[in-house]
Design a protein around this ligand. Sequence first.
Ligand code: UD1
Length: 419
Amino acid sequence: MEKLVIKGPTPLKGEVHINGAKNAAVAILPATLLIDGICTIENLPNISDVKISCEILEKLGAKIKWNSMNSVTIDTRHINTTTAPLDLTSKFRASYYIIGSMLSRIGEIEVGMPGGCKLGARPIDQHIKGFELLGAEVNVGNGTIHAKANKLVGTSIYMDIVSVGATINVMLASVLAEGTTTIDNAAKEPHIVDVANFLNTMGADIRGAGTDIIKINGVKKLTGNCTYSVVPDQIEAGTFMLAAVATKGDLLIKNCITKHLDSITAKILEVGGQVEDYGDSLRVYCNKRPLKANIKTLPYPGFPTDLQPQMGVVLSLADGTSIINESIWESRFQYTQELNKMGADIMAQGKTAIFQGVDHLSGAPVYSSDLRAGAALIIAGTAANGITEVYNLEHIDRGYENIEEKFRAIGANIERVSY
Ligand code: UD1
């Protein structure tokens, strides 16, 4: 087992390079199943969710060659089974994208019920509704999902709730369907646009990704023979932006799409930090105690739920009382108990948390309950006085490449230690 040992406080200073987006990568990799050919994906983050996605593709018959730590060439010409490895697919959430892709390409698939961060109930009714409207039969039972279709036919699908996963999955299922599919009330996150761009590069005909109506004109075949580079990770960039503010540091965050970070920039300015926009990089700095602010998490372009815990660290140190309303996940405040062990004063109930800002945090042993909670605890440990030990690193390694090396390079006193 491993833990991170952090000695603070350290104002984080210097440059940090942002990797490709985890949430785009874990959708683009299964999307390669739609291609009857070979393609190369670059700028993949080297994280455990990506490695498991590649293992699943191999078990389905794909041939994968790693060109470097962040680039793979995938040959999906010989997909030879309709059962995805149940143990691997139930390890993480995005394995559900195998369903949309395999339904479209082969017409049948069985996967384990998707796992992932425990953020509360994570229904997939909108995915299933979309598949069924396209003509598939879907059965859920014994911990698996089995989907089958003789033929998928394009139709109009209204999403009852704005869902990133359902939007992408229905898009995947429609790419090779007969006729036109319209997704209404679609999610608009940057990685939805990235998956659509990838598919269009491979020969799909998808229009409107990034708006709330997406139209997919079915095509007969995707042929590949292309190289595609994954979009920079909005959430990793936001994590370092908020780390700069929480530690009263000064960071140049390189290789990001600054437009994707507007909602975070707005909140950083509100709490008294400074943001300079250079197009593909951002300088974020803060030389005083942050001010209070209220946050409500919302689908893009609102403030992302995946940056709520990191923002929570900033507000736990702010001058005054702040409120966070979490509108996406019902159990996303587990990290507040850990911050309270470090001297924060946070009361969380249901989807609301009240942060009475304190002027400092003190190091303590803390446990990461999920991926973004883990990132928040690293920020808190870097800002806190004394030694913080962060446990349950498997969550953090799912989504951040070399996190401790990146923090060390900008001044943090952080070590990964076996115990
Ligand atoms: C994705 C992200 C996750 C992020 C979330 C919200 C990936 C791999 N994960 O998760 O990091 O926190 O978006 O930005 O991209 N819902 C339903 N029925 C459904 C689907 C969703 O009720 O069929 C609800 C969920 O319970 C939740 C809300 O819709 O309350 C949003 O979920 P969704 O956007 O689907 O999240 P994920 O795609 O699972």
